[in-house]
Structures are given as C-alpha cells and as structure tokens.
Design a protein around this ligand. Structure first.
Ligand SMILES: [Zn+2]
Length: 87
C-alpha cells in the first residue's frame, strides 16, 4: 500500500528552497460553473472519480473529465503542491 510519494530525489535541505507541500486528498478545490460562473468546491477525492458536476445555482450539469483532472493536478504541481495519492 503506497502512501505519499513526492519527488524523493531531493531530500537535501540546503539548496532547494522550494519545498513541496503535500495536500491531503480531501483538499477542497473550487470549480466554476461553465454557464454561470458559480463556484462550488469539490474534494480531490471526489474529482478523481470524475463525477458529474451539477451547479446549485443554475442547475447545469456536466462531466468532470480526466483531462481536467490532469490539468488541476499539473497546475498544483507547478505551484509546488503535491496531492496525496490515496484518500
Ligand atoms: Zn451554474
């Protein structure tokens, strides 16, 4: 059972100034509605299941795609955040 695996290559604490922050899998992520920009939060655990997102404001619903999930995770990585892989 794998727990956290975050870039294990550099563990030295001297030169690398940017520390990776591990986010728990239940971190809430704001997702905006395509139709009305209403923002709702979903946890990464929910998003990994690629759920149907239904907007509470306008009732619009759409599927959260694997592509979007990849984008979210990649964006977080670029900001120095790494998501815990298992909930
Ligand atoms: Zn909406």
């Amino acid at each position: 059972m794998a727990l956290i695996q975050a870039s294990p290559s550099q563990v030295t604490h001297s030169k690398s100034a940017s520390l990776a922050t591990i986010l728990p899998a239940n971190t809430p992520m704001p997702i905006c509605c395509d139709q009305c920009d209403h923002e709702q939060t979903y946890t990464m655990t929910q998003l990994r299941k690629l759920p149907t997102l239904s907007c509470k404001a306008c009732g619009d619903s759409r599927a959260f795609s694997h592509f979007e999930l990849t984008v979210v995770e990649k964006t977080l990585n670029e900001l120095g955040y790494y998501l815990q892989k298992t909930a």
